[in-house]
Design a protein around this ligand. Structure first.
Ligand SMILES: [Zn+2]
Length: 668
């Protein structure tokens, strides 16, 4: 059976777990009054209004626009009575390190324009009117020069027979590469770019999208780049190909400067278990508007904070036992800076919810909502809790869409949409701050809310009008419900989580057996089942850890699952070497604009491996490093990846770990 069939079966079993027979509560572990109180205090329309406010700021890391957005979030929290809302600032100066990650510079853009001077005087682009027009980390310039087409502009062959010194080139390749070849090596004054956006089934349909681009945030010699739509660049290229001589003038007022990664943090304080915190995160960047990515997640977790605060203030909810912490960060870089710099907080974080792109309308963005489980190497009851709240939204909204009635009862926030909530539960995918939280150095199990695809991502068209108040309300409702359960569920209800964890483990083990029976290596089939049960055991232990009175019940279930685990016959091919992770490397190897392997091994190093080349390669490599704990051998790591994801070979895992050894990330 191939990987896709395996995943299809896995998602079937998750969706099959919808209705629990005899379940008398909407959320199986809460009296309905708690669900009612959370619903009553969440406002999807207010969340969409927050998106509109945040979208006005060009929220590039360590820039004045980001700082202004952070201040807006802080003020909203403070005026709602959240007393400890503060902005913590961490240097972004090109030299300060956060574990292995070297911070980059801040950027202060003021104004920029690109005009055709001759033969047809026209304004081609201007900043800040179109914020994405100026590539991030562009710097001061006032140049009038002839335009030269260099194709992709990323290989020496693109420049053969072309004189680019002192000229402005137009190129479609990755911006830092074009800058190096055209500007640094051949003396071009700067360039125009139509570097394409993330690829989807709709790529190329809209020729007026202008992509957000960036030069290297480490390179203080940066000149400038302007971003053009495919339609604009296509017209210029056609004219150049006909032999026309086009002269343009580029004016830029912008500077790279030492800045700060600004992290907004606030809490709803717990009463009782003060050494345990539940985390909600969203990255507050990117470009303006950046409505779905990620004003939406930022607004949704703000709405969670405000809703829970209001519910506690009016007595509908009692204060939680554990503290709920909120973080609005510069994506990945700021989250890593915070976790490394605040070890006393990091040590208290028990589980998290991360939101990145959560408000898009299907008809415009083409994206549906996905709830990714925590990484398979750190199973946690947060998965089953998230699933229950997700199911409530799916079934409540579908009932309303099919039968009508009071929109309030259908989790609708007029004038938002009335559609059923479309989404799925799936395994972890890469690409946001949950990668930092779940890195093996921090191990904070995190569920991840994300829309995908989004045909407007990182372009001028990621606008608030593509978003839906109802969807934002439903997402905030789910986020509040999950966080509230983890932080506030009383011991008297926690036995219900043991029941759910057991059902989930049995279901998963049954599907593992089915997957094994459908083909493949029988030894791998036994690993599927053994690891499904191991994940069930780890999930049960997470219940006992947060709700100690369940310890005896959990111990009984763990013993039962352990007896069900099949022995796995020894493999012929074993690699018993034990990798140990360097204490200096904490957090993911790729940190936003920073690639640790390229930094250590040099930009020319070949970083491709068989493991990274797989369709799920990013996740497998991430998890392979997470599994390096100084005790597991290469073969042990291979068996866990196989059991929890898909069959991989010992040789593939060894090859990837050898690359990490060369980069001094691990040693044997
Ligand atoms: Zn994002």
């Amino acid at each position: 059976m191939n990987l896709r069939t395996g995943y299809a079966l896995m998602s079937l079993f998750v969706l099959g777990a919808r209705s629990l027979p005899g379940q008398e509560r909407a959320i199986p572990f809460w009296p309905d009054a708690v669900r009612t109180a959370i619903h009553a205090h969440v406002d999807g329309v207010a969340a969409l209004e927050t998106v509109r406010e945040l979208a006005r700021f060009h929220r590039v890391h360590a820039s004045p626009g980001f700082a202004a957005a952070a201040e807006l979030v802080r003020q909203r929290l403070a005026s709602a009575g959240v007393q400890d809302a503060v902005i913590e600032r961490f240097p972004a100066d090109g030299s300060t390190r956060y574990a292995h990650f070297r911070s980059y510079y801040g950027w202060q853009p003021v104004a920029a324009s690109l005009q055709e001077v001759s033969p047809n005087p026209t304004l081609l682009a201007s900043f800040p009117e179109l914020p994405v027009a100026l590539a991030d980390f562009s710097q001061n310039a006032d140049v009038t020069a002839e335009l030269v087409d260099v194709g992709a502009g990323t290989g020496p062959e693109d420049y053969e027979g072309k004189q680019v010194a002192g000229k402005i080139v137009i190129a479609s390749g990755s911006l830092p590469s074009v800058h190096r070849l055209a500007v640094e090596e051949r003396g071009a004054a700067g360039f125009l770019s139509d570097f394409p956006n993330q690829t989807t089934a709709w790529s190329g349909d809209d020729r007026d999208l202008v992509r957000w681009g960036h030069l290297s945030p480490y390179q203080l010699e940066n000149r400038f780049a302007f971003m053009l739509s495919k339609r604009q660049s296509g017209r210029l290229r056609e004219r150049l190909a006909r032999g026309e001589r086009i002269v343009v003038r580029a004016q830029v007022r912008a500077k790279m400067v030492p800045g700060t990664f600004d992290v907004v943090t606030a809490t709803i304080p717990g009463v009782g278990r003060v050494n345990e915190e539940i985390l909600l995160t969203a990255h507050l960047d990117h470009q303006s508007a950046g409505a779905n990515d990620n004003a939406s997640g930022s607004a949704a977790i703000l709405e969670v904070a405000l809703a829970l605060r209001r519910a506690i203030a009016d007595g509908s909810l009692a204060p939680p036992r554990r503290t709920i912490r909120f973080l609005w960060t510069p994506e990945i870089a700021g989250t890593l800076a915070y976790l490394v710099s605040r070890p006393e907080v990091t040590g208290r974080l028990r589980a998290g919810i991360h939101m990145d792109m959560v408000g898009g309308l299907l008809g415009t963005t083409r994206g549906t909502f996905h709830l990714s489980r925590a990484a398979e190497t750190m199973p946690h009851i947060a998965n089953q809790i998230a699933e229950a709240w997700f199911h409530d939204v799916v079934s409540t909204s579908a009932w309303y869409a099919e039968h009508g009635g009071d929109p309030y009862d259908g989790l609708v926030w007029p004038p938002g949409s009335r559609e059923a909530f479309l989404g799925d539960l799936r395994a972890i995918e890469m690409g946001s701050d949950h990668q930092v939280l779940q890195d093996g150095a921090f191990r904070i199990p995190t569920v991840y809310f994300h829309d995908w695809p989004d045909v407007t991502i990182h372009t001028n068209k990621d606008q608030p009008e593509n978003l839906d108040a109802t969807k934002l309300g439903r997402v905030a409702f789910m986020g509040a419900g999950i966080a509230w359960t983890l932080a506030a569920l009383p011991d008297s209800e926690a036995a219900r989580l043991v029941v759910l964890a057991r059902a989930s483990a049995e279901e998963r083990a049954a599907w593992a057996r089915a997957r094994a029976a459908l083909g493949g290596d029988p030894r791998d089939g036994l690993l599927f089942e053994r690891e499904a049960l191991a994940q069930g055991i780890e999930t049960l232990r997470s219940v006992a850890s947060l709700w100690p009175p369940t310890a005896a019940a959990v111990a009984r279930e763990v013993e039962r699952l352990r007896r069900l685990q099949p022995p796995v016959p020894a493999a012929g091919e074993r690699d018993v070497r034990v990798p140990v992770r360097s204490a200096d490397v904490r957090g993911p190897l790729e940190v936003y604009n920073y690639d640790h392997l390229a930094e250590v091994l040099g930009p020319a190093a070949d970083l491709r491996t068989a493991l990274s080349g797989r369709s799920n390669g990013e996740v497998l490599c991430y998890e392979a490093l997470n599994l390096v704990d100084g005790r597991r051998s290469v073969s042990d790591i291979r068996d866990l990846l196989t059991g929890r994801y898909e069959p991989v070979s010992v040789r593939e895992v060894a090859e990837y770990l050898a690359l990490l050894e060369r980069a001094q990330v691990v040693r044997f």
